[in-house]
Design a protein around this ligand. Structure first.
Ligand SMILES: [Zn+2]
Length: 295
């Protein structure tokens, strides 16, 4: 009798647990895809292509650090309930790679950088050619999910590509005649690709992720460089603490201008739907101001 009681109790507990499990999302019930993205780069690219066709959400909250983010168990649940999960790459977001591995067979996983060669620098979106490849990968996956919207998606992709080509032209032209070509960035090494592409020299305070050490020696080296080369502007990362940049500015008299990594976003910019294109335009404007480039 006691044994039977234990079995009944066990069945009740299991039934109870099942009852509390999150219900699967009602996929495509309103004709829209349920798309979960890892962080802001994946989010803004996906929105650029399918803003009106999909309910797009993001796992990384505004202001959070994307390289070493630790998602909650709820993130995996959200991904398993989605039609599509978009992330950038395994090297940029190792945590998203883990989530993708547990996504389940009902969720299509899209690694945006899948068609790009592996790179030691994970900030691949700092090259507009790479962004075009990534956008095409995302568009292909969305079109497979929404074949009836294939034409709209192809049009959105074409429009985005035009914007990227125009932006590349603006960078080439806008950074061709500048008084200075040295970008001193009091942040992590996110802009190396961009600097190289447009013939700028970049000195960053830390490595390719935010957890690099801002050693006193390195800071002193940056201050020496600014003084020696008479650099008048230093660049910061908006979502990092301004303390270090203020220290360097105090030592050197340099002015401070922000550069936007796109991988992190403030709550205000997120709420205002600031796009990848918007951020890269802001970056060009600030580089032109800081390096004193001819318009
Ligand atoms: Zn980064």
């Amino acid at each position: 009798m006691k044994k039977l009681g234990i079995i009944v109790l066990f069945v009740l507990v299991v039934a109870g647990l099942c009852f509390w499990l999150p219900k699967p999302a009602d996929k495509k019930s309103d004709g829209k895809l349920a798309v979960v993205t890892s962080g802001y780069v994946a989010y803004t690219l996906t929105r650029q292509l399918a803003e009106d066709l999909a309910d797009i959400s993001m796992l990384l909250p505004p202001n959070a650090e994307p390289h070493s983010f630790e998602p909650t168990p709820g993130a995996l649940v959200a991904v398993r309930q989605a039609d599509v999960f978009v992330y950038i790459s395994d090297t940029f977001e190792p945590w998203a790679k883990d989530i993708a591995a547990g996504a389940g067979k009902n969720t299509q996983v899209v690694k945006a950088a899948a068609a790009l060669p592996a790179s030691a620098d994970p900030h691949i979106w700092m090259d507009f050619d790479n962004v075009r490849v990534m956008a095409q990968t995302i568009e292909g996956a969305l079109a497979a999910q929404l074949p009836e919207q294939a034409e709209t998606l192809a049009q959105n992709l074409a429009k985005f590509n035009e914007q990227l080509i125009a932006l590349d032209e603006s960078y080439k032209k806008g950074l061709s005649a500048c008084q200075g070509r040295e970008v001193v960035h009091i942040g992590h090494l996110a802009f190396e690709r961009l600097a190289k592409k447009y013939g700028l020299t970049l000195t960053a305070l830390a490595g390719t992720s935010h957890d690099g050490e801002h050693s006193v020696r390195r800071l002193a080296g940056v201050v020496d460089l600014i003084k020696k080369h008479h650099i008048e502007t230093i660049f910061t990362e908006e979502t990092l603490s301004p303390r270090l940049a203020q220290t360097v500015a105090g030592e050197t008299g340099a002015q401070i201008l922000p550069l936007y990594t796109v991988e992190s976003i403030s709550k205000q910019d997120f709420d205002n739907h600031i796009t990848y294109i918007d951020f890269m335009k802001r970056n060009l404007e600030n580089l032109q101001r800081g390096l004193k480039c001819q318009a």
